[in-house]
Design a protein around this ligand. Structure first.
Ligand SMILES: [Zn+2]
Length: 335
């Protein structure tokens, strides 16, 4: 049971997560889920659990807002947003809607990811982090903070988080000496993996499944810094496939003679775990771990925290810990 004081009730009128996963911000905006009667739907980033009800929002709401890369990725995923509804927002650009203003600020997560900052008519600031990694995401001071809770339990701490990029690159380089490597992960994380490998000097060709290729191309257009990537459709007849290369895919393919690296954030004990012959799980995460969530909250100095309980995570534990450690009232929503 959560005891709602009058003050908390007043804040929850300004910001909450509803039963359909919509993050309601002020009077006019909804993020990452559909809510009837809103003027604007904001897409914080292009992961599927943040695109809930998007087709309905496109059909029914006047405005759909996102950063330029997110808008491109969402299009690649098959959403058709009419030009007159599109509000493409660069980070930091303020938009006034009625008596409220909103803007997007960067979130380190996947390309184009954003936090939403809304100032309401009473001068109070509501911040929704969306998904984020830390450090690399600017902390924004808030009156009401809505935060993701993916790794919201004190058990969710990755002691090796500062070394994980080097460990990942070393493993891939070692495997490439023997076999081609396939790397499996979510959209966004695969492009991050490409960027990490290129930045560390891995030079072999990158080949991607069709959808991953299309999304990668959209990311390159918006500044993802990697050399050439090939679509699997283009290279089937190439000699390229016989030489050393990395194949990027959403789903593991059963292909002989490949080593497999699966990217997953749900590993806290070891940076690399051997799952089977030539198959490894690497704990490369796109989310803040528990310690980093607490650090964000502490410096954001909110009067109340709402933890997103709709999406996968440990929102209830997180809210208990926030109150215990920081003495800030916190509530998971939806209840
Ligand atoms: Zn995400």
């Amino acid at each position: 049971m959560y005891f709602l004081t009058e003050r908390i009730r007043r804040y929850l009128e300004k910001a909450k997560v509803d039963k359909r996963g919509a993050v309601l911000l002020g009077k006019y905006a909804s993020a990452d889920g559909h809510a009837d009667g809103r003027i604007i739907r904001i897409i914080t980033h292009a992961h599927s659990d943040h695109l809930i009800g998007l087709r309905r929002s496109i059909a029914e709401l006047p405005l759909i807002a996102a950063t330029p890369p997110t808008m491109s990725i969402v299009e690649e995923l098959g959403y058709d947003i009419p030009l007159n509804k599109r509000l493409i927002l660069d980070y930091g650009v303020k938009v006034r809607i009625g008596d409220e203003t909103l803007r997007l600020e960067p979130a380190k997560h996947i390309m184009g990811a954003a936090q939403v900052v809304l100032e309401d008519s009473e001068g109070e600031r509501i911040v929704y982090t969306g998904d984020f990694k830390f450090p690399g995401t600017p902390i924004i001071e808030a009156d009401v903070l809505i935060i993701e809770a993916t790794y919201g339990s004190p058990r969710h701490i990755r002691p090796f988080k500062d070394r994980i990029e080097d460990i990942f690159v070393e493993l891939v380089e070692k495997l490439l000496k023997i076999n081609p490597v396939q790397i499996c992960g979510y959209h966004g994380k695969l492009q991050e993996a490409m960027e990490i490998l290129s930045r560390h000097g891995v030079k072999c060709p990158f080949i991607a499944s069709k959808k991953v290729y299309n999304i990668t191309k959209a990311c390159i257009k918006h500044g993802l810094n990697i050399p050439q990537v090939y679509s699997e459709e283009d290279v089937e007849s190439f000699d390229l496939l016989r030489s050393s290369h990395i194949y990027f895919t959403r789903r593991i393919k059963k292909i002989r003679g490949y080593s497999t690296v699966i990217l997953s954030g749900w590993e806290f004990k070891k940076p690399v775990r051997e799952l089977g012959k030539n198959t490894f799980l690497v704990a490369l995460s796109d989310h803040a771990d528990f310690e980093q969530l607490m650090e964000y909250i502490e410096y954001s100095k909110p009067r109340i925290v709402v933890a997103d309980a709709y999406r996968n995570g440990s929102s209830r534990t997180l809210t208990r810990e926030i109150y215990k450690r920081l003495r800030i009232p916190a509530i998971p929503l939806p209840l």
